[in-house]
Design a protein around this ligand. Structure first.
Ligand code: SAM
Length: 201
């Protein structure tokens, strides 16, 4: 089972949103790709953070494509229903929990993500090592704690695929330890010093 959790590195996600909001302000659809999304904790966290900042009307324009290799064919079911063990939600601030999750007396020990958030996320099974983008014109790619498992050559091919997939000026996010090689200096620019947040040149 992939290691991850709700609100993991929320500070970086929030920092990316600070820079992202002016970029997407006048767009009718906002397309985000969470690549290597595990069981949906990352895309659902990002959806909640965006919804908090954008409000309900603008948030309707957001579509998050969550993809994973999903080796055991489990993620489509979990992400599709948005059903998680209650103990996985212990780190979530109470006001976020009460607004975006609900319990069902008939299903004790589990919580369900709200329909507003659930319907903003679409899961697709996808192997990054096919180097095939899921779509083009993407405004942000979040790919955290995934590329570290790939070889340097594979990572480079994935970054070229991300480049092709992003709209000009689009954003790309990695975990703190993931650095970009110099070969990509003409493709991406790092926009903050304290996080791995890049924009397509
Ligand atoms: C450690 S989890 C990271 C989850 C989340 N991004 C985070 O940072 O918390 C790594 C995820 O990458 C996925 N993964 C590994 N190889 C992959 C590949 N070739 N294509 C797509 N996803 C892959 C795994 O299935 C797993 O869900």
């Amino acid at each position: 089972m992939a290691f991850t959790f709700f609100f993991r590195d929320a500070q970086t996600l929030d920092l990316a949103i600070d820079h992202f909001l002016p970029f997407i302000q006048s767009r009718r659809t906002i397309t985000i790709w969470s690549a290597g999304c595990a069981m949906g904790q990352e895309p659902y966290t990002f959806a909640i953070l965006l919804r908090e900042r954008m409000g309900p009307n603008l948030f309707r324009n957001v579509k998050i494509y969550a993809t994973d290799i999903d080796t055991y064919n489990q993620y489509v079911q979990v992400i599709g229903t948005g059903r998680y063990p209650e103990k996985d939600l212990q780190r979530i601030p109470p006001e976020i929990f009460s607004q975006y999750f609900r319990t069902d007396p008939a299903d004790p020990g589990y919580v369900y993500i709200s329909d507003e958030i659930r319907t903003s996320v679409v899961f697709k099974k996808h192997d990054l090592l096919t180097f095939e983008p899921i779509r083009t014109g993407v405004h942000m790619i979040i790919c955290k704690n995934v590329l570290l498992h790939f070889s340097a050559e594979e990572r480079l091919k994935v970054w070229k695929m991300f480049y092709d997939s992003l709209e000009a000026g689009g954003f790309m996010l990695h975990e703190h330890t993931q650095k970009l090689p110099e070969e990509l200096n003409d493709c991406f620019t790092r926009i903050v010093m304290n996080a791995q947040i890049f924009r397509k040149i």
